[in-house]
Design a protein around this ligand. Structure first.
Ligand code: M6R
Length: 597
């Protein structure tokens, strides 16, 4: 949560910071601000989105060749001008931007106030500016280092001082990278903010600092020792992070899925599955899949896949529950962490916990070079490309493909044979998704009919029960409609009480395993005048007898149906939200990457 960007070089800083901030808006968007150093500190900040803060205060007109900026997702203190970053110290010489949570901020605040410092905001972040002021003695980097030794919690920070031509950055638990382009130095929470300027990135590790000067960057640890780090070249290009003619990133990302899935499979699926997973995973007795949100829904599907294909007992846990419940894991377990961003705080903490307990760890991650990707012993990058829309779409389907590949690989490693039919069918999934995307107009028409309802129910069975959960999550997070996902058979144990003519029920009803049962559930809803939207297999015309609306999808084998069924559910959520004129890519109260607990 929160986005940081910084620049020092030969160009005007404000336009660079502004365009970086816009690309980071997905990380939080309740207030924004910027400080430019030009002999003095020029500071502008306010509540609201970057565009509004810029038009109200002319951020782009601030003059100077060095500065830092921030877009906020509130944790401590409501969105307001005072709580927006940057924060300054009492002298007005030091400015900081911060992403993360200072856990011992109450203690530090009391101490600083007793020493005469005056806080102006209700944030935990502001104490950093005052702490640095306390230690400042003509050397910003030294003061930042001394301050960070007092801090407990997570931080990605960038700091400037009126009298020094440098930006000091540091990280612990919140992402921060440094970008290099000749004499120009950049910093950002994520590469997308500075990709238009450079592809050369230095990834800071926890408890490392960077001192950015014109033409020079020095990396140190908190013991003040130099750390030798080379830059890495990032593979994404600018086009991938632009909207490319689509109204929203979410719609673009839905339509990218045939390609993103090809990228997830590329080079990995031939006569054999080729994943670079070593670490003797064939000896694992149990797999535990750990994740949050949409990635947790992938994990639920992963359980069906790994147990069904590789025959390895598999459990699924929310990362937030796993990390706090004293999990019984050991070296015999393979614990798999699934994350689009690779920065989700709970997933990262769960990964550290599993490592501490001696388990084998594997990350299924989209963002290359992210913390989870680097912390896990083994990894499968999903290669879905940058996902900007806050609602996850293409990352989800790529995670599913990665899980199918993992299940196939585990089976082979444990002495089984590759399932050629599954491999062939997986290769055909992108073209089948193309066919589903052709149903876009039909889904849009259904969205128009149902957008006015305040509640929805999503029902699926077996491997498609998590797809029902995912369909409901997509609808609620971007259209603010209350939606619940359930295993279809559970309906009669409670949710059936909700069914009447005002309750649209989305059924995932492919022909195959469990089809007859789901038809019975549809009968039960029909008998109570519920409105039915059915996702059904092509050629299934009978289902029209029960369903008010049917979206046909191509036939595939049961294990792969989630990949196809989720597409119309993503489109349905998208069109309902768009019809309500909501900001689909930046839904209220949400942020793309949840780097706080
Ligand atoms: O980056 P991650 O996959 O770790 O993120 C996990 C969740 O925060 C994320 O999936 C969230 O639920 C999305 N908004 C869902 O669309």
């Amino acid at each position: 949560m929160c986005g940081i960007v910084g620049y020092i070089g030969k160009r005007e800083a404000a336009p660079i910071l502004l365009s970086g901030l816009k690309r980071l808006e997905y990380r939080g968007y309740d207030s924004a601000g910027m400080v430019i150093v030009n002999g003095s500190l020029q500071l502008m900040k306010d509540k609201g989105r970057i565009e509004d803060v810029d038009s109200a205060h002319g951020l782009r007109d601030m003059k100077g060749k060095m500065g830092i900026a921030h877009t906020r997702w509130a944790t401590h203190g409501e969105p307001s001008t005072e709580n927006a970053h940057p924060h300054v110290d009492c002298t007005g010489d030091i400015a900081i931007v911060h992403n993360g949570i200072i856990e011992n901020y109450n203690t530090l605040k009391e101490l600083l106030e007793s020493e005469g410092h005056e806080m102006k905001s209700g944030t935990d972040s502001e104490i950093l500016a005052h702490l640095i002021e306390k230690f400042y003695c003509d050397d910003l980097a030294a003061a930042v280092r001394k301050s960070l030794l007092q801090v407990q919690g997570t931080y990605g920070i960038a700091v400037v001082h009126r009298k020094e031509s440098k930006i000091v950055v540091a990280r612990n638990g919140s992402p921060l990278i440094v970008g290099v382009k000749g004499d120009e130095m950049f910093t950002a929470s994520d590469a997308s903010a500075i990709l238009e300027h450079t592809k050369k990135m230095i990834y800071l590790d926890d408890k490392e600092m960077g001192i950015l000067e014109k033409g020079k960057v020095t990396i140190k640890n908190l013991r003040d020792e130099k750390v030798n780090k080379c830059h890495e070249e990032i593979g994404w290009d600018l086009e991938q992070i632009e909207k490319g003619g689509y109204k929203h990133f979410m719609l673009k990302e839905i339509f990218e899925q045939p390609d993103s899935l090809k990228n997830t499979m590329r080079g990995r699926l031939g006569k054999n599955v080729k994943l670079s997973i070593n670490g003797s995973v064939e000896n694992c007795r149990r797999v535990i899949l750990v994740a949050c949100g949409t990635s947790w829904h992938s994990a639920l599907i992963g359980r069906y896949l790994i147990e069904g294909i590789a025959k390895v007992p598999t459990e699924v846990d929310y990362a937030s529950e796993f990390r706090y419940r004293d999990p019984l894991v050991s070296k015999d377990d393979l614990v798999v962490f699934i994350s689009q961003s690779g920065e989700t705080a709970d997933t990262l903490a769960a990964l550290k916990e599993a490592k501490k307990r001696g388990a084998k760890t594997l990350g299924i991650v989209n963002v290359v070079g992210s913390t989870i990707a680097r912390e896990a012993e083994m990894g499968i990058y999903t290669h879905a490309g940058p996902e900007i829309g806050v609602a996850s779409t293409k990352a989800f389907t790529s995670q599913l493909v990665a899980l199918v590949l993992l299940a196939m690989d585990l089976k082979v490693k444990k002495g089984g044979k590759i399932d050629e039919k599954l491999a062939r069918e997986l290769n055909r999934i992108p073209e089948k998704i193309d066919a589903v995307l052709e149903e876009e107009r039909k889904v849009k028409a259904i969205a128009r009919k149902v957008a006015g309802h305040p509640n929805f129910l999503y029902l699926g069975r077996g491997i498609n029960y998590p797809v029902a959960l995912e369909g409901a999550l997509k609808l609620k997070e971007i259209s603010y409609i209350h939606a619940e996902g359930y295993p279809a058979a559970e309906m009669k144990h409670g949710p059936i009480a909700l069914i009447d003519e005002n309750m649209p029920v989305v059924f995932i009803a492919n022909r195959g395993r469990g089809y007859e049962k789901i038809i019975s559930n549809m009968e039960e809803v029909k008998a109570r005048q519920g409105k039915i939207i059915a996702i059904a297999t092509e050629g299934d015309e009978e289902i029209k007898r029960l369903a008010d609306w049917v979206i046909h999808v191509p036939r595939t084998i049961d294990d792969l149906t989630p990949l196809i069924n989720v597409i119309p559910l993503q489109l349905l959520a998208y069109y309902v939200a768009d019809m309500k004129c909501y900001d689909v890519d930046k839904p209220r109260n949400l942020a793309k990457s949840v780097t706080v607990e």
